[in-house]
Design a protein around this ligand. Structure first.
Ligand code: PMP
Length: 306
């Protein structure tokens, strides 16, 4: 079990993996009153380097706001805890999972009396959507579950409760033998994957649904928008994309911390483009991996050395 590492940081202490437990009457367990992040740390010539740590940390604190949750640690403390965990585990590369949630005190819905518990775990994690996915692309299906509107749940926050929507879409995709789902918003326009943002390539231009469509402000999304523009592509980052436009796209790809840049080769069994990784996707993906593998000067501020 690759998550079964030696040490987890919990509420200010480094604890043995076996001891990183919570009570069954934890508020966050019952009502999804938690927030979390997912971050990757890449192997570099200068040792492990965390990709866009500052942005992830900022989103972590921002995600706490809708719940009026006060994370009882300063950003610097969470940074130091994370870097120390990676050093202790001697990981060359890894996934980082910070989480904070309302803990045990009572089970009324208003969590204001509950303590806020904070934990960080790190573990080795390879490609998310399968070994061949990065090269061959993945087969996906449109989910019958719609994304909640931002008037129902803040879609720009990584709150744990709303991830039930992503879990349902993911289960549905698997039951139809798709690798992943695509979730439409309440208007029926394209939102995102269960754990990924989505990009369309059309006539050489790159499009992705705007944040107003109810998608997460993904940090890989932001990075890919910047990379694509630096590569000379025109990027529309506030697009409204209909379901039909997916089928007729020249290329499609997912972005995400876990998924990185993953091509999509079919949607609902319709072949996208040539049914393989398209040239624009390949170009952007190659540049993405070049950047995380070699940290070129222009992107140096995207990395935090361990
Ligand atoms: N959308 C959703 C719903 C997600 O869970 C994720 C993963 N955090 C993303 C998009 C991609 O965001 P990021 O690039 O910051 O990982």
């Amino acid at each position: 079990d690759e998550m079964d590492v030696g040490t987890i940081w919990m509420d200010g202490e480094f604890v043995d993996w076996d001891d990183a437990t919570v009570h069954v009457l934890t508020h966050g367990l019952h009502y999804g009153t938690g927030i979390f992040e997912g971050v990757r740390c890449y192997e570099t010539d200068d040792g492990p380097a965390v990709f866009r740590w500052e942005e992830h940390l900022e989103r972590f604190y921002q995600s706490a706001k809708p719940f009026e949750m006060e994370i009882p640690f300063e950003p610097d403390e969470l940074t130091e805890a994370t870097l120390e965990l990676i050093r202790r585990e001697e990981l060359a590369s890894c996934y980082i999972r910070p989480v904070a949630f309302y803990g045990y005190e009572m089970l009324g819905l208003n969590p204001s009396g509950c303590p806020v518990e904070t934990a960080i775990a790190v573990w080795p994690w390879g490609t998310y959507l399968g070994e061949d996915a990065l090269e061959q692309g993945v087969d996906v299906g449109i989910s019958s579950w719609r994304k909640h509107a931002s008037s129902q749940i803040p879609t720009n926050a990584k709150m744990t409760g709303p991830y039930a929507n992503s879990v349902l879409a993911s289960l549905e995709a698997k039951s139809h033998d798709y690798v992943e789902g695509i979730i439409l918003n309440k208007e029926g326009n394209v939102a995102e994957g269960p754990g990924e943002n989505l990009f369309v390539v059309r006539d050489g231009e790159v499009l992705t649904p705007g944040l107003a469509e109810g998608v997460l402000d993904g940090i890989t999304r932001r990075s890919v928008i910047e990379i694509a523009r630096d590569q000379g592509y025109t990027v529309h980052d506030d697009a409204t994309i209909s379901r039909g436009e997916l089928y007729t796209a020249d290329e499609l790809f997912f972005t995400g911390t876990a998924a990185e840049v993953t091509p999509i080769r079919t949607v609902d069994d319709r072949t996208i483009g040539e049914g393989t990784r398209g040239p624009v996707t390949e170009d952007i993906q190659a540049r993405f991996f070049e950047i995380v593998d070699s940290q070129p000067e222009e992107y140096a501020d995207w990395f935090t050395l361990v």
